[in-house]
Design a binder for this molecule. Sequence first.
Ligand SMILES: NC(=O)c1ccc[n+]([C@@H]2O[C@H](COP(=O)([O-])OP(=O)(O)OC[C@H]3O[C@@H](n4cnc5c(N)ncnc54)[C@H](OP(=O)(O)O)[C@@H]3O)[C@@H](O)[C@H]2O)c1
Length: 321
Amino acid sequence: MVKVLVLGATGKQGGATARALLSLGHGVRAWVRDASAAAAVALAAQGAELFVGGGWEAAGAPAELARAAAGVDGVFFVSAPSFTDLGAERRGAAHVVAAARASPSVRHFVYSSVGGVDRYEELAGWDASAFSTAYWVSKAETEALVRGAGFDYYTILRPAEFMSNYTDAASARFQVAGLLATGTLRTPMPADFVAGLVDPADIGRAAAAAFADPARLGRALETPLVAELRTVARILADLGAAAGGKTFRVSTYAPDEARARAPGDPFVAGQLARLNAGRLVDGDDAIVAQVRERFGLTFRSFPEHLAAHRDEVVELYKDAP
Ligand SMILES: NC(=O)c1ccc[n+]([C@@H]2O[C@H](COP(=O)([O-])OP(=O)(O)OC[C@H]3O[C@@H](n4cnc5c(N)ncnc54)[C@H](OP(=O)(O)O)[C@@H]3O)[C@@H](O)[C@H]2O)c1
């Protein structure tokens, strides 16, 4: 059994990783910014030790991170972009990786990045806005820090689009706000675009599997994390059915319109890069099969994810026509 410091533990990926580790009998020290937040209280109830710290990018973070990383075998890290401080993600990542490396007990570092980052400069539109540029560069630089730090084991997970973008209320209000209000998704993607999807719960299971078996899943493993490929039209049809038999539509921006919107709309900027990369970001059927085999896990399909979140979906889309 290992003990893991989980950063981002009150969020989707970190929370899933903490729960997956605990369910396998491993120990979890969860970094939280507010111990009274519902997610933190739930983690403590499930058996996690809470470590209350601040922002990873803050001046006081190195000392806090050194204390948090003391005595643990591994560190799970998922960084998050800031809309107001475009350098924050990189500064925070540098603090986290340095503290983990300086801790004599830490042997394994798992970083969850994003699909396509290994070839982001080939994604036409990756630099569509200052935010978009910082997004890709921050993640690529964090990967480079992890790769070069000299950990005994490291694993870089590159997840595809989260299924929860359509089902988690906070995510959906950002990712698919128009769909919630109008029943139509405005996107740079055509209806037949094939998107890769993954349930964040499965990212947590994959991360836990890596910590449990570093010799197999931690020897400088850098891997896409995609559960399935599905067209945008199918995603919306499945979602509409789960929302109570609604018919959701896709309305595709003309290429010039998408490029014009991207600087002021991070959602459009992100999708523009994915669109132009096609399967470079999400992979093909062979990669999906390879990922399943690598982790030895049965990942959830989108309909399975929707079934697991049926009540939330019905509530979330109740006003959509
Ligand atoms: N959505 C997608 O389709 C998708 C696909 C691939 C990759 N990603 C990447 O996934 C990442 C987000 O992961 P997620 O969805 O699991 O995040 P999330 O649910 O938004 O949770 C973020 C977690 O990180 C913590 N956190 C954020 N900024 C922090 C900071 N500066 N210092 C300390 N703690 C901080 C939050 O703590 P609090 O609870 O205290 O706020 C929370 O625990 C992003 O980097 C995104 O690019 C997203």
